[in-house]
Design a protein around this ligand. Structure first.
Ligand SMILES: [Ca+2]
Length: 206
């Protein structure tokens, strides 16, 4: 079981991850508490060796210093393959939280949303067909990135930018135990469950 500990206006999240499916291979005790201290979004330009990163970091975890959030600078009319990596760098060695989300993908989904428009408050960019948002951006989940029920996980997505624009992009990791499987396939439902992560990025497309 994993629970959200807390998150502030723009950010996150100590989380508790269990290793319940993997006890024999994993010497860590069940319900060991882990923290997310670094989230890296890597944008790899399709058809080019160029990639950029946007990093959210909170080395001291919940409380204390505020997290630092990098802006996302993208080129107009460009396609990117986007991957999300989560780490707990408060441990030595650092813990790869991405792997743990993958192991629990039936309960987790990342959403890229815009809070500045819409009712009840979220447009999932991967579903935004026809919606009016400030960002000329289309996000598509990658087909290979589904859980056992055929619902996307969102660790890998494709971003397609349009004309120059700017706006806010909110990255949310929802924890939906016993809920995700009932969400509409394949896109899931960003309003179900609790947020393990909620980060607002400034996006500049130029
Ligand atoms: Ca902090």
């Amino acid at each position: 079981m994993k629970t959200l500990r807390s998150f502030s206006l723009l950010a996150v999240a100590g989380i508790i991850l269990s290793s319940c499916n993997n006890d024999e291979k994993n010497p860590n005790p069940v319900n060991e508490e882990e923290l997310i201290t670094r989230i890296t979004l890597t944008f790899s330009e399709v058809g080019s060796p160029t990639s950029i990163e946007a990093i959210w970091g909170d080395p001291d975890g919940d409380g204390g210093n505020n997290p630092e959030v990098g802006d996302i600078h993208l080129k107009s009319n460009t396609q990117y393959s986007v991957n999300i990596a989560l780490k707990d760098e408060s441990k030595n060695p650092a813990v790869d939280i991405t792997e743990e989300v993958e192991e629990e993908k039936d309960e987790h989904q990342f959403f890229f949303t815009d809070k500045t428009v819409s009712t009840p408050g979220y447009i999932n960019y991967a579903q935004k067909k026809g919606a009016t948002t400030p960002l000329n951006l289309e996000v598509t989940y990658q087909e290979s990135d589904k859980d056992s029920n055929g619902i996307y996980t969102g660790l890998s997505t494709t971003f397609l930018t349009g004309a120059a624009s700017s706006g806010k992009l909110v990255l949310t990791l929802k924890h939906q135990p016993d809920l995700k499987m009932n969400a509409p396939t394949p896109f899931g439902d960003p309003l179900l469950g609790e947020s393990d992560i909620e980060i607002e990025f400034d996006v500049i497309i130029q």
